[in-house]
Design a protein around this ligand. Structure first.
Ligand code: BES
Ligand code: ZN
Ligand code: ZN
Length: 522
């Protein structure tokens, strides 16, 4: 979607335009309407009748003949002026876009509310969130359809008289576009079926990104031989069915700052998870084409990193393979040796994500030597059961690092909830025949999977595990800024985390884990 900022008061009233309304400021007639009696009276009536309330998420569309001219206005609620909130702007962008698309309007114009009383950062944040909302709601995965479901919004014209504010608006647009477009890019990859988005196709996507940002990014990838050379037996076990060649894909962004810290983001990239020999059943099996959402998000974050050029090194790594049954497939009861040396008894071939990630953790820590590690994975149905479809679960060994993520998620409004990491569960994942086993007979699997991954963390490196199994897919009609299919969570949050870390002077130190701590009071 194209945007244009024009440094004047709103001019082109022949284009449908949005007027923002605050719920605690309804008596003040919006500036755009003041000069036209018909519009002013209409607004006052709509307020009196309770049709306009200014609540967040409200949109009202009206058409007028005004001085012989046709005018189309969207009244868009922004909540309370006294309690400004980025989310109100994000929702406003989304609902405005949604309504315009339903009416097949491809160009909109608007003037933001008076920002003169706000700090510069708040202006940027509000515009950022609004644009993010528009772009997120403007998305649909329709490349395989002849007819689009809805027309798209093609252009947004923004009027701002004050040159200083206009500059801040431009900055907000830039940041909102990066987050929105990265999320949509993630969705595009995660929505592709597994017959298209194979491990090698993911590798091609990563190569494309490295080529685009060649001056700051390197690409590296290996397949079966590389896995064998490194002794990545857990990964090889999952990839053993040989339905598609596996890949470990690495994108390395190097910043200009000297002695900068390095953040590694690891994505689970199972391009189809059938469960393997422990075959999944039920009608939702097709959704397992999306078991690469974490990997898709990793690519999207790297794309955003290429644009933003933060002052921290960022590495994106994807462990990509299918998990399929077949004559060569790994079987329950198999014992595999990991790159770390630990052996794992496979009791269920459907708990494949933790196996793939465990070996990727070792590869990343030993060869790429990051200072911080984040993994994003559709890891467990158990997390979906625990937290539902709008909250992602997070497990960490480092409270300070986790608090940075919580800060980032407050900005993105992608909800995350900390879950405990506890040695109490050691016995649940200890095997009699090997060092570890990949499942336990007793729940909670979401925590056990996290705890299993933790066994492959070395030197107390600050680590965050994001389980997006419940949140990566939205079903049914679009909800505010979540379309049907891949949601693209937690791409925006992790981009915000990168930005926060880029500005940081004092970093969380690797300290031995002594939890579980109380996240709310400690
Ligand atoms: N990819 C799945 C987890 C998943 C479930 C993602 C639902 C998205 C939606 C994972 O590999 C898996 O199959 N986990 C099993 C683990 C079990 C065998 C202990 C599960 O959650 O059922
Ligand atoms: Zn599985
Ligand atoms: Zn899986």
């Amino acid at each position: 979607m194209e945007t244009e900022v024009i440094t004047s008061k709103i001019k082109r009233r022949d284009i449908p335009y949005a007027i923002f309304v605050f719920s605690d400021n309804l008596n003040e007639v919006p500036e755009e309407l003041e000069s036209q009696e018909v519009l002013r009276k209409s607004y006052q009536n709509l307020v009196k009748e309770g049709n306009i309330t200014g609540k967040s998420g409200e949109v009202l569309y009206y058409q007028y003949i005004c001085n012989g001219e046709f005018e189309r206005i969207y009244y868009v609620g922004l909540g309370e002026k006294a309690k400004p909130d980025m989310e109100h702007y994000r929702v406003a962008g989304a609902v405005l876009c949604s309504n315009a698309r339903k009416l097949k309007q491809k160009v909109l114009s608007l003037q933001f509310p008076d920002f003169s009383h706000l700090e510069e950062d708040d202006v940027i944040n509000n515009v950022h969130a609004f644009i993010e909302g528009v772009i997120l709601r403007n998305y649909e995965f329709i490349k395989y359809r002849k007819e689009p479901a809805e027309t798209k919004l093609e252009k947004l014209i923004i009027y701002e008289e004050d040159l200083r504010v206009a500059k801040l608006i431009e900055k907000g647009i830039y940041l909102g576009k990066i987050n929105g477009e990265a999320t949509n890019y993630c969705r595009d990859i995660a929505n592709e079926p597994s017959n298209v988005m194979s491990p090698v196709a993911l590798e091609d996507k990563a190569r494309e990104i490295a080529n685009k940002y060649y001056d700051c990014m390197e690409f590296y990838s290996f397949g079966k031989e590389g896995l064998q050379e490194r002794g990545m037996g857990l990964f090889l076990g999952v990839a053993q069915s040989e339905s598609k060649p596996p890949r470990v894909i690495t994108l390395k962004y190097k910043c200009k700052k000297e002695n900068a810290k390095t953040l590694a983001i690891i994505g689970k990239g199972i391009t189809f998870d059938s469960g393997g020999i422990s075959l999944k059943t039920g009608p939702s099996l097709f959704l397992m084409k999306r078991d690469l959402s974490g990997g898709a998000s990793t690519l999207a974050i790297m794309k955003a990193v290429g644009e933003l050029r933060p002052n921290i090194n960022v590495i994106g790594i994807i462990g990509a393979t299918e998990n399929m049954p077949g004559p060569k497939a790994y079987k329950p009861g198999d014992i595999l040796r990991s790159m770390s040396g630990k052996t794992v008894e496979v009791l269920n071939t459907d708990a494949e994500g933790r196996l793939v990630l465990a070996d990727v953790f070792t590869y990343v820590q030993r060869e790429l030597k990051p200072d911080f590690l984040v993994d994003v994975s559709t890891l467990t149905g158990s997390m979906e059961k625990a937290l539902g479809h709008s909250i992602s679960g997070v497990i960490s060994n480092n409270k300070k690092f986790l608090s940075l993520l919580l800060q980032a998620s407050q900005k993105s409004n992608e909800h995350i909830w900390p879950m405990p990491l506890t040695n109490d569960y050691k016995k649940n994942i200890t095997s009699f025949f090997a060092d570890l086993k990949n499942i336990s007979n007793s729940p909670p699997d979401a925590l056990l999977a996290g705890f299993f991954l933790y066994q492959f963390i070395e030197n107390d490196i600050p680590w965050i595990h994001l389980d997006i199994a419940g949140t990566d897919t939205a079903s049914g009609e679009p909800k505010t800024y979540y379309p049907r299919g891949a949601t693209g969570v937690t791409t925006r949050t992790l981009i915000e985390l990168v930005k926060i870390m880029s500005e940081l002077e004092e970093f969380p130190a690797p300290i031995p884990y002594s939890g579980p701590w109380n996240f709310f009071t400690d």
